[in-house]
Design a protein around this ligand. Structure first.
Ligand code: ADQ
Length: 476
């Protein structure tokens, strides 16, 4: 039986037995538990000296193989090229791209080193599924080490338009490295189109739609396939968590503090791609334009800081603190705080219960590969009295969730109008929109996402001609 080997930058903390906050962790760990196999990646430890060693730990059908990073590798590979170059560029923020040739060398070096660490753990018929922008050169590095297994790649963040990607100096090498995979998965069709556009217009390659719906790509002397695989959630599990948490302490505290006021809820990692400043301003605009809403609604923004050692993240944090302070100073009353801005992580169950207790889910990234919070918000709603999702057109989720009120996060008035419409939407319309979105979420849950990708990875013709048995599900 073929094992599934998941490779991602971070592996979910083993001691917690489950995923940390972060969409990738949630989606992938759930998937791996069902299939069985190994999860390989960085432990999260940064070592100042010594030689990092792989630690192996078995948990049911999943083996966790983790390794620390040396300080210089962390700085160049993770903090530098991954998060100060690729992340802003892939989120269309060419203005924030910082490029340092040594960091790119470190990124390539760490990919090669991680690949060498994985090689002794591999079996001939393992199927390897690599995740996200930290590991673009990973297949190239495995191939260089003689690995002939099937290797797929899923990009969790957007793939940018060619003219934006060109801002990353080694863009060509990166796309060439992607072509060493057998199957590339993108979140949405626009991401796949952007990749194909680069292949044809910048790399001089060709793309062709196949009868099976996959796009066949020929470029840099390689042949591979690509497709769009929008990541999902388990909507019924989230609904159950939310229902179970309805009478829990967090929801009771929220309701007691609100005194019957409505609540708009946002949950994000604190990141400039999430559009938080624009979102705060649109809430302020709502209070400006609709005085009747004052003291009638509060906006709760939960945003735990991430990547706090990067300047761009320190900047966005300061700007948000200034904005929330300014808006609260302008509108707060002795018995009412307009914006609650909370820098904390919460358990999934608590978030689900808070989503259910709120009237509006306010999810307005400037760019997002998918945005699982949008899907979690809808899943958590009370089927008899659902809240309304206000969703950015630039979240991948907007391609599927047409029952949301779709907004442009740069249009502050438009967002304020959408908030107003959401707060006053009649039950019949809320029900129709909710049911439409729940049907979509059930149809494309995270198992469907995983199965589609694994099926296609099992079927694409592998250039080395290795023939592999299909993956089997782990029992129990
Ligand atoms: P993220 O950028 O992390 O993921 P998102 O998809 O919204 O964005 O996932 C966030 C996850 O973290 C959600 O499951 C959410 O519930 C959880 N989370 C957020 N804040 C939290 C908090 N305060 N406490 C606890 N949990 C919290 C990347 C891409 C996305 C893509 C995912 C999955 O940027 O576009 O949807 O991967 O592919």
């Amino acid at each position: 039986m073929s094992r599934l080997i998941i490779v991602s930058n971070r592996v979910a903390p083993i001691s917690e037995g489950g995923p940390a906050a972060g969409g990738l962790a949630v989606g992938v760990y759930d998937a791996l538990k069902e299939t069985g196999g190994m999860w390989f990646g960085w432990s999260g430890d940064v070592l100042t000296s010594g030689q990092p060693q792989i630690a192996l730990e078995e948990r049911g059908p999943v083996t966790f193989a983790t390794i620390g990073l040396l300080r210089r590798d962390y700085d160049q590979y993770y903090r530098g090229f991954s998060n100060a170059t690729l992340w802003p560029a892939f989120h269309y923020r060419a203005d924030l791209v910082q490029y340092d040739r040594h960091e790119y060398e470190g990124y390539s070096r760490v990919n090669a080193w991680l690949a060498q660490q994985l090689v002794p753990l591999l079996r001939e018929d393992d199927v390897i599924w690599v995740h996200d922008y930290h590991l673009i050169p990973f297949a190239q590095a495995l191939r260089a080490a003689g690995v002939k297994n099937r290797i797929g790649f899923f990009l969790h963040i957007p793939f940018p338009a060619s003219q934006v990607l060109l801002a990353v100096p080694p863009h060509r090498e990166l796309v060439q490295a992607l072509c060493a995979f057998d199957l590339l998965g993108f979140q949405t069709r626009p991401d796949l189109r952007a990749f194909c556009d680069y292949i044809v217009n910048e790399a001089g390659g060709t793309t062709a739609m196949q009868p099976d719906g996959l796009t066949r790509i020929e470029a840099f002397g390689q042949t591979l396939c690509a497709g769009d695989y929008p990541i999902g959630v388990y909507p019924d599990e989230i609904a159950e968590l939310a229902r179970a948490g309805e009478r829990g302490k967090p929801v009771r505290t929220l309701k007691a503090t609100l005194h019957g006021r409505k609540v708009i809820m946002s949950v994000d990692r604190l990141d400039y791609s999430k559009g938080l400043v624009e979102r705060f301003r649109a809430f302020e605009r709502l209070l400006d334009h609709a005085p009747a809403q004052r003291n009638k609604v509060s906006f709760v923004q939960i945003a735990p800081p991430t990547r706090a050692d990067l300047h761009a993240y320190q900047d966005i944090r300061l700007r948000l603190e200034a904005e929330s302070g300014r808006i609260n100073g302008r509108y707060a009353e002795l018995d009412w705080t307009p914006i609650w801005y909370i820098h904390r992580q919460y358990e999934r169950a608590v978030l689900a219960a808070l989503f259910r207790a709120s009237n509006v889910g306010y999810v307005t990234p400037l760019r997002d590969g998918m945005n699982l919070v949008a899907k979690e918000y809808v899943s958590a709603q009370n089927p008899e009295d659902p809240g309304v999702l206000v969703l950015s057109r630039f979240a991948g989720a907007a391609q599927e969730l047409s029952g949301a009120l779709i907004v442009n996060p740069l249009d502050i008035d438009g967002m304020a109008d959408a908030l107003s419409a959401a707060l006053s939407m009649p039950l019949a319309e809320r029900l129709a929109r909710y049911q439409d979105m729940m049907a979509q979420l059930r149809e494309n849950n995270v198992s469907v996402w995983r199965d589609r990708f694994m099926r296609d990875l099992g079927q694409v013709s592998v250039r080395q001609g290795v023939s592999l048995p299909p993956l089997e599900r782990a029992q129990g």
